[in-house]
Write a protein that binds this ligand. Structure first.
Ligand code: FAD
Length: 522
């Protein structure tokens, strides 16, 4: 017999991992081996628009974990299933019996397809006498716990966040972390039945269809492993900010100059919306793939709060940051409570019938960073190279797609998922629905970003644009934000940079009209 910890796609760590810890305890109690199972599911990756950068990141993290598990004499057993809907049946009839597993622990994934898969696995397991136990782990506060005083779910962030912070201050158990299991006896490696599990399943180099081009730069930028995540966390919370930093440099690389005046948290507080430097934690790929947990992050933040309390107010950099981490919980709560948002539906159903444009050329120009709006193009090119964007330009590029190009927000949501190394269904969907004014707590539809003003605010000297849009690298002053209207036409032509594909003023009018008159034709 054995106990299996079924590691989920976005669960790739052994520290502070609830299901892993519970599986370890059960194995100890029963005196049987503990096995880690990881199921690769290319069908799911395609279905859910996973990016090759993210799949590669996960495989790298698994490779990083393997020797750690080896030290604990725990085999990492990898299975790959192309047909996603067969997974429950095949696990219960093939894999669990093969591993002799009577008890299986896993952390819950809150997307609707994954919840259905788990329900099917639990049911099928029960029929065969195998106990499959999904547990809460992914969020700091599980869905269903943050409620209004009347016991109703909250869909507006501010009251939700206050209730979330209140819960954390009153109930210390939310921030309690799990121990790493003791592991198996070394003799397991020589065991006739289980010994072979240590060798038979190498972690693949790549998943077919998700091969990564330009991997070297991406690997440098996003080093794998919980230790790298902890180093990033430490660097963000405890070190001084660096001066301007090239956008493609790994935050953990050496050689960047230190600016000893301001802490990173102070820079975050003052300039979180700037994109021309290294202003935020860059932890999202690690949190999204579960390489580090929300609890680990908040416990570290807690050590810095006054009297060891978790700061949650917006008057300090630390509190502001904790509130951002809370958004991650918030959007996952929204997805768990209103699953329609993970099924391509707007939260506000009244906006289901907004009239969208169908324009492949505009969509492609947006994806390629060739819209003629430099800040949009810079961010989209940065996204393609790094698999990551600063929060402000996620909002700017998203708003441009939805309100200026009047293209369906779901097309943008899909493209971000297919590009990001930190793609997270709940956060991405939440961000898009906020921008498209269809979400739980949205930007009202009549507040439309002026791309040019946003550009001047978030990249005041144009350094970000100059770095990512080489056609504009010699432009000085304000022209960098709007070269088409700032330069004489013959000079503009020489740049080899596209003219704006839409006129913002007209596009704004169109968006206002279409949102106001949902369902009616122009
Ligand atoms: P920090 O500012 O250092 O924040 C720390 C952590 O808090 C982040 O790593 C992230 O886990 C969480 N966080 C911060 N802001 C948000 C937010 N608005 N919503 C949810 N969690 C947040 N974030 C993703 O992790 N994956 C996505 O796929 C994603 N898609 C987005 C799409 C759009 C259109 C928008 C507007 C935002 C999206 N975000 C997404 C949220 C946010 O932009 C990123 O989490 C953030 O930029 C990551 O950088 P950081 O780790 O340096 O953030």
């Amino acid at each position: 017999d054995s106990v299996v910890y079924w590691m989920r796609m976005e669960d790739v760590r052994i520290e502070d991992n609830t299901a892993f810890a519970l599986a370890g305890k059960k194995a100890e109690e029963l005196g049987v081996p503990l096995i880690v199972l990881y199921v690769l599911s290319p069908g799911d990756y395609t279905w859910h628009d996973r990016s090759s950068k993210k799949i590669d990141f996960i495989l790298r993290n698994l490779r990083w974990l393997k020797p750690k598990l080896d030290e604990l004499n725990i085999p990492l057993y990898i299975k790959s299933y192309d047909k996603r809907l067969q997974i429950p049946r095949r696990l219960v009839t093939e894999v669990f019996p093969e591993l002799g597993a009577n008890h299986v622990f896993c952390n819950i994934e809150y997307q609707i397809d994954e919840l259905r898969r788990d329900i099917a696995t639990v049911k099928r397991g029960r029929e065969k006498g195998i106990e499959v136990v999904p547990v809460h782990d992914r969020l700091v506060v599980p869905p269903g716990k943050v409620m209004s005083k009347a016991g109703k779910p909250l869909s507006v962030y501010s009251p939700w966040q206050r209730a979330w912070a209140d819960l954390l201050s009153k109930d210390k158990t939310y921030l309690e972390m799990s121990d790493i299991p003791k592991g198996n006896d070394a003799s397991l490696k020589k065991d006739k039945r289980f010994g072979k599990l240590f060798d038979v399943t190498p972690i693949p180099d790549h998943v077919e269809g998700f091969e990564l081009k330009d991997s070297e730069e991406v690997h440098k930028l996003w080093p794998e492993g919980t230790d790298a995540a902890k180093e990033l966390l430490h660097r963000f919370l405890h070190t001084k900010a660096r001066k301007q930093q090239l956008q493609l440099v790994s935050p953990l690389s050496e050689g960047a100059e230190e600016d000893d005046k301001k802490s990173r948290l102070k820079v975050y507080q003052d300039g979180r919306n700037l994109v021309d430097g290294d202003h935020s934690s860059r932890l999202s790929p690690y949190l999204a793939s579960g390489v580090i947990s929300g609890r680990m992050v908040l416990n570290e933040a807690k050590t810095m709060g006054s009297k060891g309390r978790l700061e949650t107010g917006r008057d300090t950099g630390l509190g502001m940051w904790v509130q951002e981490v809370a958004w991650r919980d918030f959007y996952n709560h929204v997805m768990a409570i209103w699953p329609r948002v993970s099924m391509g539906r707007p939260f506000l159903e009244k906006f289901a019938d907004v009239q969208w444009e169908v324009n492949e050329d505009h969509l492609q120009a947006w994806k390629d960073g060739k819209t003629g709006y430099p800040i949009v193009d810079a961010a989209m090119r940065a996204c393609a190279a790094r698999g990551w964007m600063e929060n402000r330009v996620r909002m700017v590029t998203a708003c441009f797609l939805v309100k200026d190009l009047m293209l369906d927000w779901r097309l943008g949501e899909k493209h971000f998922m297919q590009s990001f190394i930190d793609g997270d269904l709940a956060a991405n969907n939440g961000g898009w629905q906020w921008t498209a004014s269809t979400g739980t707590d949205p930007q009202p539809y009549f507040r439309i970003f002026n791309t040019l003003t946003q550009s001047e605010k978030c990249d005041p000297n144009g350094d970000y644009i100059r770095y990512w849009v080489p056609e504009l690298k010699n432009l000085k002053g304000k022209a960098i934000h709007d070269p088409f209207h700032s330069l004489p036409s013959n000079e503009f032509k020489k740049l080899g940079y596209p003219a704006p594909i839409v006129d913002h003023k007209k596009a704004r009018e169109r968006a206002l009209f279409r949102y106001k008159n949902v369902g009616e034709k122009e």
